[in-house]
Design a protein around this ligand. Structure first.
Ligand code: NAD
Length: 502
């Protein structure tokens, strides 16, 4: 089913949700199939508690079959040896189909994991943009001729890796998927996608669209299921050449072990964060900065890898600035994810909801000052909602000042010098994103260079586009999504030395 118009009201989205049909089977070798064991798992709408569907629960046997299919497809060469310009056309068709099915894809993510429909649509635009960017890039990349002496010719060729497994999280289901599969497919690999068990539905519709677009048999497959079953099997597989992962740092560490225990597969990790957002007193428009600072943490219910979860405020403006943040936070209360006006939606599941509330309890116990939120929102007894929660007086020794909460909880720190701000910002295991707000260009450049972070946002939060790489340092991971650089993750260099004197 495809909807011809984009709904604009809550009632329209509710009507579409009621008429939506779910694909729940795995996609292997161009067919939708049950898991070999016949097992299923339930996927639940966290805003209502409704059981949406029973989805195929893949395991080791399914992984082994998909890997064999992917390898055979790679060797047949219908995709891996297809001219890049032709791969481009198929991927552009897939992007067009995603666009045509935008409302269904966005709705599936919203129903599955609770994010507001407006956010899902925005994420999807990002995912489609990524598919188009990588498709358009692949026939514009040249190999190299190395500068050798004239007796030889040395070529540096860029080749696909073979079988790529992509394991993705639930917080941006389709966007993370697109960031992973677009460069991997463009480079000519066979790709096996394992969506999160908390948000498998949009990936299965994507499989349908990939088949319709003409991605050849076995080149793109989707295995829904749990991390410790099918995810682990892919990570340990001797037939997977590259594992591209987005998820928590803890699981990223496990995957490194699996890669070492198996075939030393290339491993590319995008993990968690605890991003500092530094506000200096010289900012021009503190009202606007406060609003951005609140959005930086409360967008997507705080379930964002680059959430600006540590707000560092210069002491001379702290009291007044915190008041402005509190007033911005007040306007961001969670609402029905199907309401286009909702800024925040539901928390993904009971486990995550409980984990966030536990962090809030520890924040208070360890001495931080609770200034807003802090309670589960029981306006809808069946839904999992937590209002914007703000702690002031946080220090780096407190649990809420160090660990990734992955929920709408802001930890505010004070500082009284640039030196202290940089030290506080870098006092973290993570290094995914950092923000700084100032009008002083010298300070901006000094601080930017010293921040241990994969990306730095200056006088904005979360800016960027397809041409700009995204990724972290330290325990936030080692890979780069988006831009030409992501194609490097999914291809290897072959050096060819040709002797011209024989
Ligand atoms: P998670 O690590 O629990 O799960 C991520 C994926 O890994 C899921 O598909 C899961 O099934 C799978 N998995 C879990 N255990 C596994 C195992 N033993 N072997 C193989 N696969 C396994 O993370 P999550 O809760 O889905 O997502 C939240 C995390 O993702 C946060 O830490 C967040 O910061 C991070 N994240 C990072 C980025 C980034 O770009 N750096 C983007 C989005 C999310």
């Amino acid at each position: 089913m495809s909807f011809t118009h984009l709904p604009t009201s809550r009632a329209d989205w509710q009507a579409l949700a009621a008429s939506l049909e779910f694909e729940t089977r795995a996609f292997v070798d161009d067919q939708f199939v049950d898991a070999l064991s016949g097992e299923t798992f339930a996927t639940v709408n966290p805003a209502t508690g409704e059981n949406l569907a029973e989805v195929a629960s893949c395991d080791t046997a399914d992984a082994e079959m998909a890997v064999a299919v992917a390898r055979a497809a790679f060797e047949r060469g219908e995709w891996s040896r297809l001219a890049p310009g032709k791969r481009k056309l198929v991927m552009l068709k897939l992007a067009d189909l995603m666009d045509a099915h935008k409302s269904e894809l966005a709705l599936l993510d919203t129903l599955d994991m609770g994010k507001p429909i407006g956010s899902s649509l925005g994420d999807l635009s990002g995912g489609i943009g990524c598919m188009r960017y990588q498709a358009e890039s692949i026939d514009k990349l040249y190999g190299e001729v190395a500068p050798t002496g004239e007796d030889n010719l040395a070529l540096v060729l860029r080749e696909p890796l073979g079988v790529v497994a992509s394991i993705v999280p639930w917080n941006f289901p389709l966007m993370m998927t697109a960031w992973k599969i677009s460069p991997a497919l463009a480079a000519g690999n066979s790709v096996i996608l394992k969506p999160s068990e908390k948000s498998p539905l949009s990936a299965l519709l994507l499989a349908k669209l990939a088949r319709e677009a003409g991605i050849p048999r076995g080149v793109f497959q989707v295995l829904p299921g749990f991390g410790h079953t099918v995810g682990k099997a892919l990570a340990l597989s001797m037939g997977v050449d590259c594992l591209a992962f987005t998820g928590s740092t803890g699981v990223g560490k496990q995957l490194m072990q699996y890669a070492g225990q198996s075939n030393l597969k290339r491993l590319y990790l995008e993990c968690g964060g605890k991003s500092p957002n530094i506000v200096f007193a010289d900012c021009k428009d503190l009202d606007s900065v406060a609003r951005h600072a609140a959005e930086a943490i409360f967008h997507n219910q705080g379930e964002v890898c680059i959430a600006g979860s540590r707000l560092l405020v210069e002491d001379s403006i702290r009291g007044a600035f915190v008041d402005k943040v509190l007033s911005a936070a007040k306007s961001m209360q969670p609402g029905d994810p199907l309401d286009p006006d909702s800024f925040m939606g539901a928390i993904v599941d009971e486990a995550q909801h409980g984990r966030i509330l536990d962090y809030i309890r520890r924040g208070a116990e360890e001495g931080a000052t609770l200034r807003a939120g802090g309670q589960a929102d029981d306006a809808d007894s069946k839904g999992l909602f937590i209002p914007p929660t703000v702690f002031d007086g946080v220090t780096s020794t407190m649990t809420i000042g160090r660990e990734e909460i992955f929920g709408p909880v802001l930890a505010i720190f004070g500082f009284d010098s640039e030196e202290e701000a940089v030290a506080l910002a870098n006092d973290s295991d993570f290094g995914l994103a950092a923000g700084l707000w100032s009008q002083d260009i010298d300070r901006i450049m000094r601080v930017t260079r010293r921040l241990e972070s994969g990306q730095v946002f200056v006088n904005n939060w979360a800016g960027g586009d397809q041409s700009v790489p995204f990724g972290g340092v330290k325990q936030s991971g080692n890979g780069r999504d988006k831009s030409h650089h992501s194609l490097e993750e999914y291809s290897s260099l072959k050096s060819v030395w040709i002797s011209l004197t024989l």
